[in-house]
Design a protein around this ligand. Structure first.
Ligand code: GP9
Ligand code: MN
Length: 626
């Protein structure tokens, strides 16, 4: 039988759907194409899914083939159309969970007709053209043998592999890290993104189905046994105060000790640290994994560990949480997150709702232009300056979280923002790092001055901490020059310390507080709540109040490394903390901590995977902070 006409129709179908998808990307979404490779990916990415879908139509014979070709072309229009509408309203792409979330898509209802545009008809023209062509050309369904059909699927797989391969050169670990919907759509295409989202969603759902209430009791027993009572003098010390949590992008603690040509890298933080009304915790570690900033936010607000792989902000945003902002909202606080970036990044727009942030000031709430943005976007100084207006409009007391951005890899600055010189090692990343840290330090200084002017400084609690490392292990050689010693697994672990300051203007110092306690981001939630006079006993959390006199000197990093007051455990080796030397014998004393660390991480993962907090009906915090 002559397949020519049929093949022609298939060819036209591929071209039309491809063209429609690409034109729609350009017309309807703001995908921030940064270079030629990204442009190529955008053009190329619809192809693999189109070939796959049309491959499926080949499994049908006769009329069925005709119908499925038209159906798939129409369905691809529906997928595009739904996303276009959603995007016009939310500037984001649809995820499966939001489809079931009434508060989100439900909002669309009223303005549905207003969101329609005449040009949307274009999304269905390919179906119309194909239908007409089939009639006019008297389309004869293709009759192919199994091998030919299989090769169509093979082609789809090859196309996708090539697509992903190129995308990974642009952003490594694109699928495992899952950080940004916009990036996923831009790099692997809208249809593939939906498949990816569906797989992720199904995996999460299945794990949840098998979780039970009895597991919750087990975890509850574990955390109850580890609960540490607050320091009596610190409990409630910040009651009723406004809270400012400031996340310092990529800032490691070592930077605070550095000087470049005689100039401090963090003069403002250093001066703040030296004040009577500031507590500086010098052995405070970040505990983030692939979710980077979002992992630090997860630790901060939940006192749960982030996940060993992927970003929990993406994978488990639908869980029930008993997060700090939610607890504080229940206690009469207004809560807000402020971050001048795309709100879908790290799935923040969705996750923040689960965590109880009433407001999210994202890039659309800031006046961002060429003169006040560089590198990743809005610079920290204008970000803080413009945040004052938002704060002025908030109801007090408030809980606010600020996420800075300027000190982000690749650490580039405009000339006017360089307060100190670059270093001179063999790594440009390391060389540029300290001047960008210095810039953010300046931004903090400006922020504090502005807060004073706005009358928002005095009656406040400030929590300032670094989110994660800025310099990865790839730069160990250059880092050895900076810290003056070889970066062994021990040193590398110690480099995971990030700044951590608690500042309460005008509050005198409480004696006998051990600020050298081994600690981490997991400890933030009970610390903050206790300072605000809210008891956390009985709640599921893995951290311990930083001020508690009963603290265990053990901090567990997400990858299984741990630190006590005497030792560091990294790469299967115990190291003495004071000398950094490996401990050669008599390590039994420390072995048990390996199990403790694994047990604790496993319990925390169980809470997240099983969505166990949904089994706890009444938050133990209800109505506590009068
Ligand atoms: C993006 C910012 C940086 O909004 O928080 O994220 P990171 O790459 O550090 O995780
Ligand atoms: Mn970060």
């Amino acid at each position: 039988m002559d397949n020519k006409k049929g093949l022609l129709i298939y060819g036209i179908a591929i071209l039309l759907i491809w063209l429609k998808t690409y034109v729609s990307y350009e017309m309807n979404f703001n995908l921030n194409i940064e270079n030629g490779k990204q442009q190529f990916l955008l053009i190329f990415n619809p192809l693999s899914s189109i070939v796959l879908l049309l491959g499926i139509t080949l499994l049908f014979k006769g009329k069925g083939q005709k119908v499925t070709i038209l159906l798939f072309s129409f369905m691809s229009g529906v997928v595009l159309f739904s996303n276009v509408l959603y995007y016009r309203f939310f500037s984001d792409f649809i995820t499966i969970p939001v489809l079931f979330q009434t508060g989100n898509v439900g909002d669309l209802g009223g303005s549905f007709t207003e969101l329609l545009a005449f040009s949307d008809l274009f999304l269905f023209t390919d179906t119309l053209i194909l239908a007409i062509l089939m009639l006019v050309m008297k389309f004869e369904p293709l009759v192919l043998n199994k091998r030919q059909i299989a090769s169509m699927f093979g082609a789809a797989l090859i196309l996708f592999t090539v697509n992903l391969g190129i995308a990974e050169t642009e952003r490594p670990q694109l699928l495992t890290r899952t950080f940004d919907r916009e990036m996923l759509v831009k790099f692997i295409g809208l249809q593939n993104y939906h498949v990816y989202d569906a797989v992720l969603h199904t995996k999460t759902k299945t794990q949840k189905v098998f979780a039970s209430e009895s597991e919750t009791a087990e975890v509850q027993n574990y955390v109850n046994a580890n609960y540490k009572a607050p320091n009596e003098e610190m409990f409630g010390k910040a009651k009723g105060k406004n809270v400012f949590v400031i996340t310092l992008e990529s800032t490691q603690a070592f930077a605070m000790e550095e000087k470049v040509n005689g100039k401090e890298v963090t003069p403002f933080l250093n001066q703040l640290k030296a004040q009577e009304d500031t507590y500086y915790f010098e052995n405070f570690y970040h505990q983030t994994q692939q979710g980077k900033t979002s992992d630090s936010e997860f630790l901060l607000d939940n006192s749960l560990y982030p996940l060993p792989g992927g970003a929990v902000f993406f994978t488990h945003a639908q869980n029930d949480y008993n997060a700090t902002p939610k607890i504080l909202q229940d206690s009469g606080y207004q809560t807000a997150a402020l971050h001048a970036n795309n709100k879908g990044f790290w799935n923040r727009d969705i996750m923040y709702q689960s965590l109880g942030y009433e407001l999210f000031f994202d890039e659309t709430n800031y006046d961002i232009n060429e003169s006040n943005s560089y590198n990743w976007g809005m610079k920290d100084i204008p970000f803080f300056e413009q945040s004052i207006d938002h704060l002025n409009n908030m109801k007090q007391p408030f809980y606010t979280k600020f996420i800075t951005l300027s000190n982000h890899h690749p650490f580039i600055l405009e000339e006017e923002d360089k307060y100190i010189d670059e270093l001179n090692t063999n790594s440009t990343t390391v060389n540029r790092y300290l001047p960008t840290v210095r810039y953010t330090d300046e931004a903090l200084k400006v922020f504090f001055e502005d807060l004073k002017k706005a009358g928002l400084y005095e009656d406040s609690l400030f929590i300032i901490y670094g989110d994660h490392y800025g310099i990865s292990e790839n730069h160990n050689k250059a880092m050895a020059d900076v810290i003056g010693t070889e970066v062994t697994p021990f040193e590398s672990t110690q480099l995971q310390r990030v700044p951590m300051l608690i500042h309460m203007p005008g509050e005198g110092r409480v004696d006998n507080i051990d600020t050298s306690t081994v600690s981490g981001q997991i400890d933030l939630k009970p610390t903050i709540l206790h300072l605000l006079g809210i008891e956390t006993k009985g709640s599921i959390q893995f951290g311990e109040d930083l001020f508690s006199p009963e603290r265990d000197e053990l901090t567990i990093l997400r990858d299984g490394r741990f630190i006590t007051d005497d030792i560091v455990y990294a790469q299967n080796t115990f190291y003495w903390k004071d000398t950094g030397e490996p401990i050669e014998k008599d390590t039994q004393k420390w072995e048990k901590y390996k199990e403790v660390a694994n047990e604790e991480l496993a319990y925390s993962d169980q809470v997240v995977y099983g969505d166990l907090l949904r089994f706890i009906e009444n938050s133990p915090f209800d109505n506590q902070a009068e």
